[in-house]
Design a protein around this ligand. Structure first.
Ligand code: RIB
Ligand code: CA
Length: 306
């Protein structure tokens, strides 16, 4: 069983990813970053999910803003609280006294994945403080970027767009990197069919997830006209726990920092010539949805805790 630390900005899909990581891996800790909603809310939401799991897992608060950009949020997708209303449930847990960067630097071993599913500010600060860190982790599984179109702009995906300087530092750091970009995560869509299966389950995970995903589905219908939502962040967990469900391509991925139209773009060198840049990333190009989606549904419909 893989082990991991999840760095996140809950966020509806982050919350689902944390639940999936807790079920399919050894979840050694959760670190939070400003992203979908401000840091206080992402931290509260992460605590909410850990309380729901009744797990003895630290939640360590991280960066309140990107390295250079002002903070960017996605309340229009995830709701004011960040969890489609589920973040407002009572929760008595408090974050660890250890901050996210210290936790990231001190906790992992060479067996541990860092699953990064929000802006990469915490990871960049860890690398800046101790560049040898990358040799003390197994790798970094990132939800971020895209081999094609973006979502915040036509070129840039939210997690990379939010903190391009941090993303550049991470993609250049020399660690083993797996990237699940929008080109991949848009293959992993939930619809009413998935929600109906959740609604029939009686466990509290399903009862927590169903209304939250129903909220997300509604927001995506307003934004796109289609009642379907990509579950981005769980893909980065599965890329670490079930790589056999993916097709990866080793590519050079670099971050555009200067482009007027393209700042925050993951520039993936997909040229077929020998001249293409040296690969630094295992880029996920496809996922076996027929096997991956039942894995997620099974986790969310479980009654018992690990
Ligand atoms: O672009 C999708 C990513 O941005 C996901 O991680 C989602 O949670 C948001 O953070
Ligand atoms: Ca996220």
């Amino acid at each position: 069983m893989e082990s991991m630390i999840v760095d996140c900005d809950p966020g509806v899909d982050d919350a689902i990813a944390i639940i999936l990581a807790h079920d399919l891996a050894i979840l050694k800790g959760v670190t939070t970053v400003s992203g979908n909603v401000p840091i206080e809310a992402t931290t509260r939401n992460a605590l909410q999910v850990i309380a729901l799991l009744d797990a003895d897992i630290q939640v360590c608060k991280g960066a309140a803003r990107p390295l250079k950009n002002p903070p960017v949020h996605s309340n229009h997708v995830h709701g004011t609280d960040g969890l489609g209303g589920a973040g407002l449930l009572k929760n008595t847990r408090s974050p660890s006294h250890v901050d996210a960067v210290d936790f990231l630097l001190e906790t992992p071993t060479r067996d541990d994945w860092i699953v990064a599913i929000g802006p990469l500010t915490n990871l960049a600060q860890a690398i800046e403080r101790d560049p040898t860190w990358v040799s003390r982790i197994k790798g970094i599984s990132i939800m971020g970027g895209s081999t094609g179109y973006g979502n915040v702009t036509s070129a840039a995906e939210f997690n990379i767009y939010s903190d391009p300087e941090a993303a550049a530092r991470v993609f250049e750091c020399g660690a083993r990197i797996r990237m699940c970009g929008l080109n991949l995560t848009h293959q992993f869509q939930v619809t009413e069919v998935f929600l109906r299966a959740l609604a029939q389950a009686e466990g509290d995970l399903a009862q927590f997830a169903e209304p939250m995903l129903r909220f997300l589905l509604g927001r995506m219908e307003e934004l796109t006209g289609r009642r379907s939502a990509a579950l981005h962040d769980p893909c980065a967990v599965l890329a670490a726990t079930h790589p056999q469900l993916f097709e990866f391509e080793n590519l050079s991925v670099r971050i555009e920092l200067a482009g007027t139209l393209t700042r925050g773009m993951t520039v993936c060198d997909q040229r077929t010539t020998r001249r293409r840049d040296f690969p630094n990333t295992e880029v996920a190009q496809s996922i076996d949805v027929g096997k991956a989606m039942p894995l997620l549904l099974n986790t969310l419909c479980k009654n018992e805790r690990k």
